[in-house]
Design a protein around this ligand. Structure first.
Ligand code: ADP
Ligand code: MG
Ligand code: ZN
Length: 479
């Protein structure tokens, strides 16, 4: 590899507050256009912003969860530009003194953990939305919907520490996991609640000087971010190889072509003329406030992973998978508390449950097999009432009907046969039927053992106790 890519991400996180950042209007998605507006978010002259304290609380949460320093004093600034979806002609953001500084996160890369620096996290208001097409009877109109104007956002800016599209995705997913885990963002990328700008440059391998970066705007799925970065790296390398130079510019990713194209160059780059917003006092955050928020933080994924491996004796890999989301981790833990067998529960949650969730598209909080039902099912396996194989059938039936596993086993006559007399009778029958295979087995073709097990299990409709089948078969075959 002759070139080294360098990537930094700016992630926009829409916060789950009920009301907007500087007025009392609702932030609910999908309402009738402009029905959630007031003089403040419409930018009417003379209207004054009032800061929503909840936004600071969410920002502090995000900062603490990403190892940032919380600024005791931070400033709101006006970022000036003109666009139809921005009625004031400026966006209230933070510039020189943002609320969080100098954090980091560790991401999993091939060789282990890698630390990614977080430059800053700042609070800002979102703009409105332009809607094109059939607007109020105009077939080909354009409209402005200001419901989203003044919705609170956090912008999380990373250091240029990422070195590949895969690292960028790992970092992006980690941030996504944290903000949804904290309950400060719904993480919905399609609705734009979580979106990112990717800054990409390349330099000769081994160089210490970064190349010129292009910034790819507002990509709204993990898949597209990966594609956009990979394409952009390739484009810059090709350009340099052909004797050209990369110019600093903003680019757009087109999911249809999988390519990025120029949106505006540096010459047209905005000069935002930031200055402190005279309508808002500096935000002062004392230690007590930070401590209070810290004490209210939930146990975070990394802490949970450590505790799960310690307390329930499961491998780090399992703990990682089980903490992919907070509801999944809570499901697992509730089930283990009832059942006690950490690894068995982990196998079932990562296996059957995940498969059923994926197949049905259901979310875990609406899952018909509750932690209690799954724990009951595992108890039936532990007590030898049913085999692990039959348990899968019972699981599917629980998923369909929500019935108690004990009831399903009873109704369908699925109780495991552990009566050696009955199993021996089946074995005798099979061995008599398969005399040829038996002779082959006895002359050394031991691979056939599995075949006999399969036949016996089939003949018992899956109900024979597998351990007993193995034991008795071995005895009979070696007689
Ligand atoms: P801007 O307002 O111009 O977007 P910011 O400082 O907000 O600037 O964000 C710059 C982003 O670009 C950061 O995430 C940073 O890590 C990243 N970055 C800076 N220089 C480079 C570079 N040479 N290559 C790739 N990314 C870079
Ligand atoms: Mg930027
Ligand atoms: Zn409003």
């Amino acid at each position: 590899m002759k070139y080294q890519p360098v990537i930094g991400l700016e992630i926009h996180v829409q916060l789950l507050t009920d009301s907007k950042i500087f007025c009392g209007c609702s932030t609910k998605f999908g309402a009738e256009p402009n029905s959630q507006t007031c003089p403040v978010c419409l930018g009417l002259p003379g209207a004054l912003p009032v800061f929503n304290e909840k936004v600071a609380e969410f920002a502090i949460k995000a900062g603490l969860a990403t190892n940032c320093t919380i600024s005791p004093r931070s400033i709101f600034a006006r970022k000036n530009y003109f666009y139809p979806d921005l009625p004031k002609g400026y966006q209230i953001s933070q510039f020189e003194e943002p609320i969080c500084l100098k954090g980091w996160l560790d991401i999993q890369v091939d060789g282990g953990l890698k630390r990614i620096g977080i430059t800053r996290i700042h609070m800002e208001e979102d703009a409105g939305k332009l809607v094109h097409g059939d607007i109020s009877g105009l077939e080909d109109g354009s409209g402005v919907d200001l419901n989203r104007a003044c919705t609170p956002l956090l912008e999380i800016v990373s250091e240029p520490d990422l070195r590949s599209a895969d690292e960028a995705i790992a970092y992006l997913k980690k941030i996504h996991q944290i903000v949804t885990w904290l309950g400060i963002c719904d993480g919905n990328m399609e609705e734009g609640s979580f979106r990112c700008d990717a800054n990409v440059s390349v330099m000769p391998a081994g160089s210490q000087t970064f190349g010129t970066r292009a910034e790819i705007k507002n990509v709204n799925s993990f898949k597209f971010v990966k594609q956009a970065i990979e394409h952009e790296i390739e484009r810059q390398i090709d350009l340099i190889e052909d004797g050209g130079t990369v110019v600093q510019e903003t680019r757009l990713f087109d999911p249809n072509s999988g390519k990025t194209r120029s949106m505006r160059g540096k010459e047209e780059a905005h000069d935002y003329r930031y200055f402190p917003d005279p309508d808002l006092v500096p935000l002062v955050i004392d230690d007590a406030w930070v401590q209070r928020v810290r004490s209210e933080l939930p146990e975070l994924p990394e802490q949970k992973i450590m505790r799960f491996t310690d307390e329930y004796g499961i491998p780090a890999y399992d703990a990682e998978v089980l903490t992919a989301s907070r509801p999944l981790a809570e499901y697992y833990e509730e089930c283990v508390t009832l059942n006690g067998n950490g690894k068995a529960v982990s196998n079932w949650v990562m296996g059957e449950l995940t498969r059923a969730l994926n197949d049905s598209g259901a979310s875990i909080d609406k899952c018909p097999v509750t932690p209690r039902l799954l724990a009951e099912l595992l108890k039936l396996i532990d007590s030898g009432t049913i085999s692990g194989k039959i348990a899968k059938t019972v699981f599917d039936e629980m998923w369909r009907s929500g019935k108690e596993p004990g009831k399903i086993v009873e109704e369908q006559g699925l109780i495991q046969v552990s009566d050696s007399g009955a199993i021996e009778a089946i074995i005798d029958e099979i061995l008599a039927r398969e005399a040829e295979q038996v002779a082959e087995y006895r002359s050394g073709k031991e691979k056939l053992f599995g075949f006999f097990v399969g036949q016996v299990m089939k003949a018992s409709k899956g109900k024979a106790n597998p351990a007993l089948v193995n034991e008795l078969l071995l005895k009979k075959l070696n007689e």
